[in-house]
Design a protein around this ligand. Structure first.
Ligand code: GDP
Length: 498
């Protein structure tokens, strides 16, 4: 593989940067971690950040707490940590903690604390690592980090510990992203998806798809080498079948995004209904807070108002929409257009009716006129049941509430939790990340072009180029190929210290 790298430029003694002449045009730099003998493609920004220096950062949130953890990682972790610590950490066994005194450059005691030693390569980053567990005062946190920087550590950038884990081959990109998701998970659904991705299940599936495609690409490339002899190594019928299978598998992964995204970021629920039925009051009752403006004047909610809350093990994203009615007002019409747009994207529509005002015939007409997708559930909510009893509705699931008094809200929440559980119980691979979804769609588009190219008998070199495109897009998911800026983007969204 080394032969395919031309111009070598040394960043530092440990790491070399090569320009890969065969790579796709958006990939330009390959870094070799010389000590690991491994190649990793990466973008120049990250390459510069990965300077072989030993880095440090506070890994727990800044603020007062029982303890705080300060992480040090890099080739000189033990030497530099020794400059601030009273015990010789180079002599400590891996995964062992020792008690000692942490001092600043002036020799003043900053804290009495524990230092845990992790020896490369069996560490999170793949480098030598020390974690100081100090008393969680903001003063100690700042002073300890300052002492380590005075000793020669560089302060870590956002996500740099995880970026190093990726660069040192400890995890692929989907796993690195899962670490970010895991930290951000606020509920059981998001946690389960992040854990699943961290295990590498999704990455394995992508690698399997790529491997099959690489075999196919190899045969095509071989044919190109023998172009003059006009041979076909690759059986066209088998290719077509392989492509059909791959396209279907990738499409089903891409399809899971709607659900996966809903679990991670909140199941979309649209609150719809004519003006003044109590939609805003319902949103406030569900969120337990005065989020939306409640007003007796019809047409007050002209735009959509969105907020999320966790019910049971799922997160919900509620959108209060403009009341639906015929209107000449341009602003109100735009609000209504957005209401329909929200309804189309929602997993569930809560259609609010007024028990004191709407007839069953009116309710049915409104529900039948709903512009929603085939996967959207609908629950009709008879509101204001403090004023009148809810009429019976056939053909639609319905519940009685009095949003202003909070009556029936608990029952509605129980119903929502159940809806969340159905989404949650599926254990197959689910795509939750927009970047992955887009790469899958791009890759499938290239495979569809490849397939039609094959059946139309277009020249082999064009077919091969389409296959390379598909491979490239799949490769960006796991990080086997990293287009410019993807790495920077991923890791810059992390917090410092991770
Ligand atoms: P929206 O236009 O559908 O969002 O309706 P609002 O939430 O702004 O409510 C319209 C009016 O209905 C307000 O005056 C609310 O106080 C009133 N309202 C909402 N829910 C109830 C309820 O359960 N019972 C009664 N009696 N009034 C309600």
């Amino acid at each position: 593989m080394e032969s395919s790298f031309t111009a070598g430029k040394s960043l530092d003694n440990d790491f070399r940067v090569f320009v890969d002449e065969y790579a796709h045009d958006s990939v330009d730099v390959v870094v070799r971690a010389a000590n690991l003998g491994e190649f990793r493609t990466m973008n120049r920004g990250i390459a510069a950040a990965f300077d072989g220096k030993t880095i440090c950062a506070l890994s727990t949130p800044m603020g007062m707490g029982g303890i705080a953890v300060i992480r040090v990682s890099g080739p000189d972790a033990f030497d530099l940590a020794n400059r601030v610590f009273s015990k010789d950490l180079a002599a400590v066994e891996s995964h062992r903690a020792v008690f000692g005194i942490l001092r600043n450059a002036a020799g003043e005691t900053v804290d009495e604390c524990l230092a845990t030693v992790f020896r490369a390569p069996g560490t999170y980053t793949g480098e030598n690592t020390v974690e100081f567990g100090v008393h969680g005062s903001t003063f100690i946190q700042t002073e300890a980090v300052r002492a380590l920087m005075d000793a020669g550590c560089r302060h870590a950038g956002p996500g740099e510990f995880t970026a190093r884990a990726f660069l040192n081959g400890k995890m692929d990109l989907t796993q690195a992203e899962a670490v970010g998701d895991l930290i951000a998970a606020e509920h059981a659904g998001a946690h389960r998806l992040a854990m699943e991705q961290l295990k590498g299940t999704f990455a394995k599936e992508i690698t399997a798809l790529r491997t099959e495609l690489i075999g196919f690409a190899g045969l095509l490339e071989l044919e190109l080498d023998f172009a003059e002899e006009d041979v076909e190594f690759a059986d066209r019928a088998r290719f077509d079948q392989l492509l059909e299978t791959l396209i279907a598998r990738i499409a089903s992964l891409a399809d899971s995004f709607r659900k996966g995204n809903a679990i991670r970021d909140g199941i979309p629920v649209a609150i719809l209904g004519a003006p003044n039925r109590g939609k805003s009051t319902l949103l406030n009752a569900l969120l337990g807070d005065d989020r939306a403006i409640v007003s007796p004047i019809p047409g007050t909610t002209r735009d959509t108002i969105e907020d999320t809350c966790v019910l049971g093990s799922s997160k919900f994203r509620f959108t209060d929409t403009a009341g639906i009615r015929a209107t000449d007002d341009a602003l109100e019409s735009e609000g209504i257009r957005r209401a329909w747009q929200t309804a189309k994207r929602a997993s569930l529509v809560l259609y609010v009716l007024d028990a004191s005002q709407d007839s069953v015939a009116e309710a049915n007409a409104a529900l039948n006129a709903l512009e929603i997708g085939p996967e959207t559930d609908v629950i009709a909510l008879w509101n204001k049941t403090d004023l009148a009893d809810a009429p019976a509705l056939s053909g639609w699931e319905s519940l009685s509430i009095a949003a202003a008094e909070g009556k029936g809200i608990e029952a509605l929440k129980v119903r929502l939790e159940a809806l969340g559980l159905t989404d949650d119980s599926e254990s197959s691979i689910m795509v939750t990340n927009l970047r992955h979804y887009e790469a899958l769609m791009e890759s499938n588009a290239s495979l569809v072009t490849t397939r039609s190219g094959l059946s139309n008998g277009i020249p082999g070199d064009l077919v091969a180029s389409d296959v390379r495109q598909a491979l490239h897009h799949l490769g960006t998911i796991t990080g086997e190929i990293d287009p410019e800026d993807i790495l920077d983007h991923i890791f810059s969204n992390f917090c410092i210290g991770k």
